[in-house]
Design a binder for this molecule. Structure first.
Ligand SMILES: Nc1ncnc2c1ncn2[C@@H]1O[C@H](COP(=O)(O)OP(=O)(O)OP(=O)(O)O)[C@@H](O)[C@H]1O
Length: 299
């Protein structure tokens, strides 16, 4: 990554009474989409709130569009569109009123694009916000953020409450946003399918730690399930790439992080099958492995 990043978090920590976000380091280049994935309570929103300057880190450094956060947040946020699922529009005003309001504040507002999004998302500008369904409210917030054409979109669970068709529309829209190579998107999700479909980079977070941060394609390439024939009683050399091993009679199934053909040749046992893994399977395996390692360190 040579271009200066749209955001950079370095060694960021934040302690709450019952939760600590630990030593988070993440960066994103212009023109890329990053999916931030983690189970409930993993620390995704806390990470995003630190990035947006809504929380102050106990340690580490946060830079958003080159500005130090939270100190320079006013300057940084002028070019960042942020949507989280706890945001609410004014219930008695219409979406058209919100569009005019946003256009008056942000010089980058693109009225033609807003009209296009209105149609695409199936929204009615003259409808008061209080009549919108949960999914429609989410789409209205996204329309207001997208039509500002910010350099970075930061979206906390943007597809929650949306039906599959709306999700598809939205993800397609995200990919369109990136036709302009200067823009970037960070979005958090529980949905690994969304992340697999659109993100260039991913970050897995669990119990306040970054378990993996990688190029999505490289990451999918690194993980495999490998099935071996092993005579009962015969052990397997300990290899650091094997994160999990299940034995069933003479059959062993290995979950491997760091797979390559050369690695397979070093295994020294008859291989039955090599299977690619979905991002969801990798996510579960990576999280379980990280918990195992952490618990081992704590013991
Ligand atoms: N202001 C706060 N004060 C105390 N604890 C907090 C605060 N904000 C978050 N937490 C705690 O930090 C932990 C992580 O919360 P966070 O909202 O970042 O998780 P998440 O990954 O976004 O979860 P979800 O997917 O359920 O939305 C939770 O245990 C939460 O209770």
């Amino acid at each position: 990554m040579s271009a200066s990043p749209v955001f950079e978090m370095t060694g960021v920590s934040k302690a709450f009474p019952f939760f600590t976000l630990n030593d988070v380091s993440l960066r994103l280049a212009p023109g890329q989409i990053m999916g931030l994935v983690g189970p409930n309570g993993a620390g995704k929103s806390t990470t995003i709130r630190l990035l947006m300057g809504l929380l102050t880190a106990d340690a580490g450094e946060v830079r958003l569009l080159g500005r130090a956060m939270p100190r320079e947040q006013a300057a940084a946020k002028a070019d960042v569109g942020f949507v989280s699922d706890d945001m609410r529009l004014f219930p008695h005003a219409t979406l058209a009123w919100h569009m005019d309001f946003t256009a008056a504040i942000y010089p980058g507002w693109d009225a033609a694009y807003a009209a296009q999004l209105l149609k695409r998302f199936g929204l009615r500008a003259e409808q008061p916000v209080k009549g919108l369904s949960t999914g429609e409210h989410g789409k209205a917030l996204l329309l207001l953020a997208l039509a500002r054409r910010p350099r970075l979109l930061v979206l906390d669970e943007p597809t929650s409450g949306m039906d599959p068709v709306a999700r598809h529309e939205l993800l397609t829209e995200f990919m369109d946003v990136l036709r302009d190579e200067d823009r970037a998107i960070l979005f958090s999700s529980h949905n690994t399918l969304d992340v697999e479909r659109i993100s260039d980079r991913l970050a897995f977070i669990d119990r306040g730690r970054v378990v993996a941060a990688s190029d999505t394609a490289d990451f999918l390439e690194r993980w495999r399930r490998v099935q071996l024939r092993l005579p009962p009683g015969q052990g397997l050399a300990t290899l650091p790439e094997v994160v999990h091993c299940e034995r069933d009679g003479g059959l062993a199934t290995l979950t491997v992080d760091g797979f390559s053909e050369a690695w397979l040749a070093r295994l020294g046992a008859p291989v039955q099958a090599v299977q690619r893994m979905s991002l969801e399977e990798i996510f579960v395996a990576a999280v379980m492995h990280s918990r195992h390692v952490q618990e081992g360190l704590a013991a």
